[in-house]
Design a protein around this ligand. Structure first.
Ligand code: 0O2
Length: 221
């Protein structure tokens, strides 16, 4: 019964893709809660915005071919960690580590791997913190542990990565050398800007604290 077999396969694939969608929804809720709690308690929001996506079936197949992963749902789940991806854009570099720490402390979330491309940028200048996390997803027939790739970046890192990605594809992955070195220089400039903004933010916080102390002293007199 080829039709019945085809239907079974289609249901399996639908369920497989749904699992990643659910994992992302769970992670989005977690991040949203952290965001609101932080805002209410500290009157400050370390997260500018988030964006999630599930890889298309076409990209999954391309990646499987590139990595020579056998064609089965079990091996895809085992070998491809970025089927579900979430990008978290933060205001400052210190916020990236704060967000990573807050997520890592959640008991139902297991950190599988952390790649720190901020401490060790890629040779082309790419910076971001990548986390592979595993989240339990409860489905009607049991629990599935689903991996999600989380990329945590500043606005400047995101700006650079988005443009670099576009340029990379515009030149069909064969970018001229002089453009590559300009891109690298742009990444260093973005990093300088990130560091400058971090310093500014720290100075402003110190001034604010000093003002509050002065006001308290004034009231106590
Ligand atoms: P897309 O379209 O964003 O999904 P792997 O993920 O297994 O291929 P690797 O190298 O261990 O292998 O992954 P890594 O370094 O953690 O990077 C994976 C993702 O990070 C990429 O996904 C990009 O989204 C982003 N990334 C990594 N390096 C660069 C870079 O130099 N420039 C830009 N713009 N993005 C980068 P995909 O699958 O390549 O693409």
């Amino acid at each position: 019964y080829p039709i019945a077999q085809f239907k079974k396969l289609k249901d399996e694939v639908t369920r497989f893709m749904m699992m990643y969608q659910f994992a992302l929804q769970e992670l989005e809720t977690k991040v949203e809660i952290l965001k609101e709690e932080f805002h209410l308690l500290h009157d400050y929001n370390p997260i500018e915005h988030t964006k999630s996506r599930v890889k298309s079936i076409e990209s999954i197949i391309n990646k499987m071919q590139r990595k020579a992963v056998p064609f089965s749902l079990t091996s895809i789940k085992e070998h491809l960690y970025d089927i579900a991806g979430m990008r978290i854009t933060c205001s400052f570099i210190s916020d990236i580590y704060r967000v990573c720490d807050m997520l890592s402390k959640q008991s139902d979330l297991k950190v599988i791997e952390i790649k720190d491309y901020i401490k060790d940028p890629k040779p082309n200048g790419y910076r971001s913190l990548h986390m592979i996390v595993e989240i339990p997803v409860f489905m009607s027939n049991g629990v599935e542990y689903v991996r999600v790739e989380v990329q945590v970046r500043t606005i400047a890192m995101d700006f650079w990565a988005s443009l670099e990605h576009k340029i990379f594809y515009k030149y069909n992955k064969d970018v001229p050398d002089e453009l590559l070195s300009e891109l690298k220089e742009a990444a260093e400039n973005a990093n300088k800007l990130d560091k400058q903004m971090e310093r500014l933010n720290r100075d402003i916080a110190a001034i604010k604290e000093q003002q509050e102390d002065n006001e308290e002293e004034e009231l106590a007199r």
